[in-house]
Ligand binder design. Structure first.
Ligand SMILES: [Mg+2]
Length: 415
């Protein structure tokens, strides 16, 4: 497979052959911010090796070693080596969606049908879009089937997220989702019905979510509960007047609860992810998921807002620009990046406190390590998917990463 010079330092040539190919690198910043630099916040080493780091089930990215537009201080991200299985499961689901006789022609709005959404997602290059996220966000997943399940649920969320243009267009829950949720609620609902291939595929997913228990962990029940919440919280209930209000809304809106349940599920864990000791850490982790998405998707959402395809701009960059009276977008993007680095520092200090006090059990540490990897994985996904940067972010082969003309000369690393 061809090697990309832009990934030099991040992966060896050998490792580049093992990963889902990277062909896009999106730099969300528009200016250099020398006062912001990455500080290498490694997960506490005492607890790093519960599973062997040479574990053959994932690849490791040295995210701070190259010159990629990676906006985080977490020095490692990972990709499950089951990435092919997860992309294939997501692709199968979207293909069934595009061809299903009962579902495909249901109109969502203004002539937009499920078939059109699905066909659009299946166009060439699908592995460079949302389907690549799952293997980055749940890299320590213990078995391919669990990753496949997460991949299908994630792609479903991404597709409807696209449709509601990231939170702007509140409307009825699409028929497919309503049907899926009914099935989640009561798998027996389908027993006496003739089923389409799509419904049969979803039923097998549901049955395997519910199947988790005992030694395979009890995360399936939480994935199910959180999945039900995913299709609500589309827009703020009241005008946003503070960053705190916005983040409170956005933690729900970004489906952080689903992501955390998914991490637990991927690890086949029985950990209590709502234990009070973890509350602050998990709140900041949810902020991180939301702010990372806002940072990397800002340019795309701003374009959609300006050209009228999306009626609102629900993004922290716009909120910060207004609430802090910042002079322009590029300074608001810098402050957004600063908020991310700040959350990471707070979480890191919390991890050090946990380490010093010895108050957490092994299962909880495994989960936290999964969360830490999920945050860097979400950053890696946001940076490498075509979804946010478009063709402008495509890497020129055999060249180092070159930021956009008006972009920063570097990512603000300490000289
Ligand atoms: Mg967004």
């Amino acid at each position: 497979m061809k090697q990309m010079a832009a990934l030099r330092g991040v992966l060896t040539d050998e490792e580049q052959d093992l990963i889902c190919p990277i062909r896009y690198l999106h730099n969300p910043l528009q200016s250099s911010a020398p006062y912001l630099y990455q500080t290498h916040l490694s997960f506490p080493s005492t607890y790093l090796n519960f599973r062997n780091l040479n574990d053959p089930t994932f690849s490791t990215f040295s995210t701070l070693e190259g010159s990629i537009p990676y906006c985080s201080s977490i020095p490692a991200a990972y990709e499950s080596k089951y990435w092919r299985e997860s992309i294939e499961a997501a692709r199968t689901f979207v293909h069934l969606l595009a061809t299903d006789k009962d579902m495909a022609d249901i109109e969502i709005r203004d002539g937009l049908t499920l078939r059109k959404i699905a066909q659009h997602e299946l166009r060439p290059g699908f592995k460079h879009r949302c389907m690549r996220a799952t293997a980055y966000m749940y890299p320590f997943c213990v078995e391919p089937r669990k990753l496949e399940i997460l991949a299908v649920l994630m792609v479903m969320q991404f597709l409807f997220d696209e449709d509601k243009c990231e939170g702007a267009d509140e409307k009825q829950v699409p028929v497919l989702v309503a049907d899926f949720l009914r099935r989640l609620e009561d798998p027996a609902v389908t027993v006496n019905k003739s089923r389409t291939a799509l419904q049969a595929y979803l039923d097998s997913i549901i049955s395997d979510i519910h199947g988790g228990g005992g030694e395979t962990g009890n995360g399936g029940a939480e994935v199910y509960l959180e999945m039900r919440k995913t299709f609500t919280y589309l827009r703020p209930r009241a005008p946003i007047t503070s960053i705190g209000d916005y983040l409170e809304f956005r933690r729900e809106n970004v489906s952080a609860g689903f992501v955390f349940a998914g991490i637990k599920f991927s690890l086949a864990s029985n950990v209590d992810i709502h234990q009070p000791l973890l509350e602050r850490f998990m709140t900041w982790a949810a902020d991180h998921l939301a702010i990372t998405n806002d940072l990397y998707s800002y340019a795309k959402e701003m374009r959609a807002f300006r050209n009228g395809t999306c009626p609102d701009l629900i993004n922290i960059v716009a909120i910060l620009e207004k609430l802090l009276s910042l002079p322009n977008q590029s300074s608001a993007l810098e402050i957004t990046y600063a908020l991310l680095l700040q959350r990471e520092q707070w979480m890191f200090e919390e991890l050090k406190k946990f380490e010093a006090s010895g108050c957490l059990d092994e299962g909880t540490w495994m989960f936290l390590r999964g969360v830490w990897a999920c945050l860097s994985g979400n950053t890696l996904y946001s940076m490498t998917c075509e979804r946010y940067g478009g063709e402008a972010a495509r890497i020129a082969e055999n060249r180092d990463f070159v930021p956009p003309v008006n972009g920063p000369p570097d990512m603000g690393k300490r000289p």
